[in-house]
Ligand binder design. Structure first.
Ligand code: PMP
Length: 387
């Protein structure tokens, strides 16, 4: 390929290759166990795969309707009613997307203009800030502090003003494994009441909550539901992150604006996968059993780590567990994560990459959505680490 000799200014000058790609590549290079990137290493249901094959053989191989096939939007509406008592109109208030990431990008793109502010709680999932910046918006960061990572509502109140366009929240939370309480939701409802602020609520881990906790969706709070985009991901729920399928819900006026952008970003998402999911989602036990399934994994991983030098608070939700390594090393988390991959053969994600402020906590994020065998091998290596 001849070299490009023109000049241009990057629109994302601070973004390089994502940490997930970097750590996964390093894990491959070193033959390490990869607990860095958040994806299950166990198979998706063969019934679901068969339904996709069946849909392809039945001819669902052309563009789906822009907002998603109606039967899928109908089962999504039914699920929202069953689980959260929330009424979303399948035709006007639900759009099927190519993953949660596209839904988040589209919601930000359709609302944020040059100079608009978006409140982001950090550490934050890494696609939020670039999407805000590409839209010309300004990320306004609210730090969540180690070890509880709770919301400092007084600080949030100081950060919002007439330029605040969106408050972006995520519960259960990646990377910290925390979850919002009812009190947090009520506080958010109170501070947004009577304003034009929109809430963008990333709820892709809605079914992964532990110790009897219930998912606090913004749609359970009428004052929030009326101003919220809510984002979900089939990838997290059905162990199919590679399919990149999700959906977004919002009141009609917000959803109409969302679709104006959606139609030009992707137009529509995979038709055969939608046909299969519309059928598969009718089996409610498949998502209702997820909390127990992942709680067993979290508990097993932590039990295997008993006696190690790592300290932790058990995750309340998501499939991530943070481990503090200060008894093992004083190194920066980015350095320690690389050394852990190279020398001990376990890849993780250093939590400071999800922050934009100097974070002194010595914490790494481990994904426990793995087979027991992989968790056992990883734990054996982690147990051997001493100062
Ligand atoms: N939000 C959070 C918090 C996530 O962890 C992820 C996936 N890692 C996404 C959104 C993106 O979901 P999807 O893969 O469906 O795009």
């Amino acid at each position: 390929m001849p070299e490009f000799t023109g000049t241009f200014a990057s629109k994302l000058p601070r973004s390089g290759t994502t940490i997930f790609t970097v750590m996964s590549a390093l894990a491959n290079e070193c033959g390490a166990i990869n607990l860095s990137q958040g994806f299950p290493n166990f198979p998706a249901s063969t019934d679901l795969i068969d339904l996709v094959t069946k849909a392809m053989k039945a001819g669902y191989n052309q563009y789906a309707p822009m907002a998603g096939i109606l039967p899928l939007r109908e089962v999504i509406a039914e699920k929202m009613q069953d689980l959260y008592g929330a009424a979303y109109h399948p035709e006007k208030e639900i759009t099927v997307t190519s993953g949660g990431t596209q839904a988040i990008y589209t919601a930000i793109t359709c609302l944020v203009r040059e100079g608009d502010e978006v409140v982001v709680f950090e550490p934050a999932y890494d696609c939020y800030v670039p999407a805000i910046e590409l839209a010309g918006g300004v990320p306004v960061r609210v730090p969540l502090e180690y070890p509880d990572y709770g919301i400092d509502w007084e600080l949030v109140k100081k950060k919002i003003n007439s330029r605040t366009r969106i408050i972006l929240i995520n519960t259960p939370h990646n990377p910290t494994g925390t979850a919002w309480s009812r009190e947090d939701m009520l506080e958010l409802e109170k501070i947004t009441s009577g304003t034009d602020m929109v809430v963008l609520s990333d709820e892709v881990y809605e079914h992964i909550l532990f110790d009897g906790l219930k998912h606090e969706s913004v749609c359970k709070y009428p004052g929030l539901a009326a101003r919220s985009f809510i984002v979900f991901s089939f990838g997290k729920t059905y162990h199919t992150t590679g399919w990149k399928m999700g959906y977004c819900l919002a009141p009609e006026a917000l959803m109409a604006e969302f679709r104006k952008c959606h139609q030009f970003i992707v137009f529509c998402s995979s038709a055969p996968v939608q046909v299969a999911l519309a059928e598969y989602m009718k089996q409610k036990d498949k998502y209702l059993e997820l909390p127990q399934f992942y709680q067993r994994k979290r508990d097993y991983f932590l039990k295997l780590l008993a006696g190690s030098e790592f300290t932790y608070k058990p995750a309340s939700g998501s499939y991530f567990q943070l481990l503090n390594y200060e008894k093992i090393s004083e190194e920066k988390d980015t350095d320690f994560a690389v050394r852990l991959t190279r020398e001990s053969g376990v890849a993780s994600i250093p939590v400071s990459v999800f922050y934009n402020h100097p974070d002194e906590a010595r914490v790494l994020r481990f994904c426990f959505a793995k087979t027991d065998e992989i968790l056992e091998q990883a734990a054996e290596r982690l147990l051997s680490l001493k100062k």
